[in-house]
Design a binder for this molecule. Structure first.
Ligand code: NAD
Ligand code: UDP
Length: 313
């Protein structure tokens, strides 16, 4: 076990945040989970509520927070397009005001702070696979702008706090991640398709399903986030964290129908505005700087996720 630290996880009751809280408690740390429950839930952290070293605080990161901590994982922000577009102004506030508040906290307490950034900073990429030096192709006034530009501005704030105040920062650019504890109504593709397949409903393919994504199982992502926070101080990032196995959304749908033994059919729906046509991380930097690469193959991760949804639904 590493030395016990006081670790703040914002968005700790969400999908990724709850797995991170589990891991930090297992590693013997004091964990403060802060969440406003916009997309997160107490169910995700129910197993932690009676642990003596776990504390839950309902709080919105767009407001200042006064606590004493050694490390901050800033994950608060809805990640599913359906949810972040339902209140886009709040989404930008969460990313930007949230970053300012958490960076202010890091500055005062001299805590190390990690930002959960996203592959969405690359927008609809013209460079493939995406490397960290690619500056992206984001539409600032489109439906994804609230999330993409919010996250881009948060990265700017992180690097300005680093240069201006010497704040010890880490920026992870997270690519599509999936696994148990995604909400059945989360709206993202893996949970949508699995829930639809298990219920015998048509799988909602947006567009012709020719767009690609690369899916990372949640335990691999957690390992990457812990590795980045624990890396030497020169490793500020941004670092891509994702699984480079790329497939089309149609291939994903067919795989899930196959694996669930479902009778469901595919049903084409209009492609949402600004939906990126291809996405795949170059993880060369994560490999060399963190010695990290994903361990869980897509089929194995889907198997675990399907089992989770079978038990939950
Ligand atoms: P999620 O929606 O399950 O979790 C987000 C959590 O943040 C929820 O618990 C929500 O209630 C909380 N939250 C939202 N606004 C808040 C606010 N103003 N104050 C306090 N809490 C707030 O999403 P997730 O998949 O767990 O994503 C976690 C983080 O990782 C997000 O920052 C997201 O942008 C980033 N990320 C995730 C993915 C992915 O594929 N899962 C990909 C790229 C980036
Ligand atoms: N998608 C789909 N059907 C769904 C949900 C999503 O075809 O029910 C597509 C979506 O248009 C996108 C991809 O799957 O091209 C991934 O969508 P998701 O919302 O999971 O994440 P994104 O990477 O777009 O943020």
């Amino acid at each position: 076990m590493s030395a016990r630290k006081k670790v703040l996880v914002t968005g700790g009751a969400g999908f990724v945040g709850s797995h991170l809280c589990d891991r930090l408690i297992e590693d013997g740390h004091d964990v403060l989970c802060v969440d406003n429950f916009f997309t997160g839930s107490r169910d995700n952290i129910i197993g932690l509520l009676d642990k003596p070293h776990f504390e839950l605080m309902r709080h919105d990161v767009t407001f200042p927070l006064y606590v004493e901590v050694d490390e901050i994982f800033n994950l608060a922000c809805p990640a599913s397009p359906v949810h972040y577009q339902s209140d886009p102004v709040q989404t930008t506030k969460t990313s930007v005001h949230g970053a300012i508040n958490m960076l202010g906290l890091a500055k005062r307490t001299k805590a190390k702070i990690l930002q959960a950034s996203t592959s969405e900073v690359y927008g609809d990429p013209e460079v493939h696979p995406q490397t960290e030096d690619y500056r992206g192709n984001v539409n600032p006034i489109g439906p994804r702008g609230c999330y993409d530009e919010g996250k881009r501005c948060a990265e700017t704030l992180f690097f300005d706090y680093h240069r201006q105040y010497g704040t010890n920062i880490r920026v992870a650019r997270i690519f599509n991640t999936y696994g148990p504890r995604m909400h059945p109504n989360d709206g993202r593709v893996v949970s949508n398709f699995i829930v639809q397949a298990l219920r015998g409903k048509p799988l909602t393919l947006y567009g012709d399903g020719g767009q690609t994504r690369s899916f990372c199982y949640v335990s691999d992502l957690i390992e990457g986030l812990i590795g980045l926070m624990g890396a030497t101080d020169e490793v500020t990032g941004p670092v891509n964290l994702g699984n480079p196995t790329e497939l089309t959304i149609r291939e994903l749908a067919e795989k899930i129908i196959d694996m669930t033994g479902s009778e469901s059919e595919l049903e084409e729906h209009p492609l949402p505005g600004d939906d990126p046509m291809q996405r795949c991380p170059d993880i060369g930097l994560a490999k060399s700087a963190l010695g990290w690469e994903p361990q869980v193959a897509l089929e194995d991760g889907l198997e675990k996720t399907i089992r989770y949804f079978k038990e939950t639904l």
